[in-house]
Design a protein around this ligand. Structure first.
Ligand code: GTP
Ligand code: MG
Length: 402
């Protein structure tokens, strides 16, 4: 599918090698045994991730799949220190979750603008022989090599930051609602799968408060087996603390539809069911009060329900109240109980309703294929071999006398 909305990439990162320390001996015309003066190697460059709110997708990384930091320079005579390798910053949209592509393990979550996370540390530079001189060994002829570089293939997945996620079949009126309550203008049309890419809208609430609502493509029964657009877009409502289910008033069986949606969510990730849920019966303007009274007893009982019409505005303020209440209720307990579940997160993540799980290695190849990221994207010929790294000899330079 041709799209600029890229929310999944696999890239290769490599930090820089540390420069070698020098074992140079100082020699000058009138000072032939001047002793050790080999300087230290510089450190290899680090690879950092940096949250950047000007990015909305991972598209830019599709064209920059090999991210290499610079190597440290070698130490040299006169105790000169090698230069430090150049650091590389990978700018990512806020909400990017990073996994180790080989082990599937969760590495970190970049959620705020300007947040910097060290992904790979460059090798330390080796110490020059000048550091090793002692009273008993005044002319050490050795120096440390630099530490090696590190290499890591990562999967980056964008999970958009929003408070409320919309869950519904295609044509349920999700985008219409987003258009009605926020300044976002997602495409609305009377056919299924109008929305092909997730988007967010900011809902203004009373007293200058606001929350963010995420519109995602509709899901259908069997989405977990890949029907329709599949479940891949559910990653964008994984962080949301509240899920708003939307089912049109003219549906044949609202309760059944609700169960189907719930089941698809469960298949995608059982943690999704821990979120607060609300049900909006949409397009209520197309039925009359009599029908509403008839329908009401047939609705699911385990979820707060409201009849709305995004077209006439019926119950929209009430819906916002319900969402706001659910959000404030959710925020009182997400911090404590949800974060503790990841056994050993490499880095602390910010608190939202997401539970980071490692990727299942058994299904990872399939996932990469589905995301179009399974190609042999990494051409190992491109990666310069450790041995290629030129070893400029320390010159036995003649020093001019002082
Ligand atoms: N009468 C009435 N029609 C509505 C209402 N809300 C949405 N619709 C209509 O329902 C159709 C589908 O609306 P969308 O907002 O595009 O539905 P969606 O859930 O975003 O659909 P997908 O993006 O395909 O998943 C459009 O023709 C809308 O005009 C409503 O409250 N009342
Ligand atoms: Mg839509």
């Amino acid at each position: 599918m041709e799209t600029n909305f890229i929310d999944y990439v696999k890239i290769l990162c490599r930090s820089g090698k540390g420069g070698r320390g020098s074992a140079h001996m100082h020699r000058a015309k009138y000072n032939p045994n001047g002793g050790p003066d080999g300087g230290d190697g510089g450190r290899g460059g680090n690879i950092y991730l940096r949250g950047n709110r000007n990015y909305w997708t991972l598209l830019h990384l599709r064209y920059d799949r090999h991210i290499f930091a610079g190597h440290g320079g070698h130490g040299s005579k006169n105790r000169s220190h090698g230069s430090d390798g150049e650091d590389r910053y990978i700018d990512v949209p806020c909400g990017t979750v990073v996994y180790n592509a080989e082990t599937g393990r969760y590495i970190c979550d970049v959620t705020t603008d300007g947040q910097v996370v060290l992904l790979l540390k460059g090798g330390r530079g080796g110490l020059g022989n000048w550091n090793f001189r002692t009273s008993t060994n005044q002319a050490p002829r050795y120096a440390q090599p630099g530490e090696p570089m590190q290499e890591l293939t990562v999967i980056m997945e964008l999970k958009m930051l929003a408070d409320v996620g919309l869950v519904g079949f295609p044509n349920a009126g999700k985008s219409t609602l987003v258009g009605a309550v926020s300044s976002a203008r997602p495409k609305v049309a009377g056919y299924p799968f109008t929305t092909l890419e997730p988007s967010v809208g900011v809902v203004k609430y009373r007293d200058n408060r606001s929350f963010v609502i995420a519109d995602i493509p509709g899901i259908i029964e069997g989405a977990s087996e890949g029907r329709g657009l599949g479940l891949r877009f559910l990653r964008h409502i994984e962080r949301n603390s509240v899920l708003l289910f939307m089912i049109p008033a003219d549906a044949d069986d609202i309760r059944h539809d609700y169960e189907v949606l719930l089941n698809e969510l469960r298949t995608y990730n059982p943690d999704m069911l821990a979120k607060q849920r609300l049900l909006a019966v949409t397009k209520s303007d197309i039925i009359d009060q009599e029908l509403i009274d008839l329908l009401s007893p047939t609705l699911p009982t385990d979820i707060p329900t409201i009849f709305i019409s995004a077209v006439t505005g019926h119950n929209i303020p009430e819906l916002k109240d319900m969402l706001w209440q659910a959000l404030t209720a959710a925020n009182t307990h997400t911090d404590s109980d949800i974060l503790a579940t990841d056994d050993a997160p490499a880095l602390p993540s910010t608190t939202d309703a997401i539970v980071h799980r490692d990727k299942d290695l058994a299904t990872l190849p399939e996932e990469l294929t589905a995301e179009g990221e399974d190609l042999e994207i990494i051409d190992f010929d491109d990666i310069e071999d450790i041995d290629d790294y030129e070893e400029e000899e320390d010159e036995e330079g003649e020093e001019a006398h002082p």
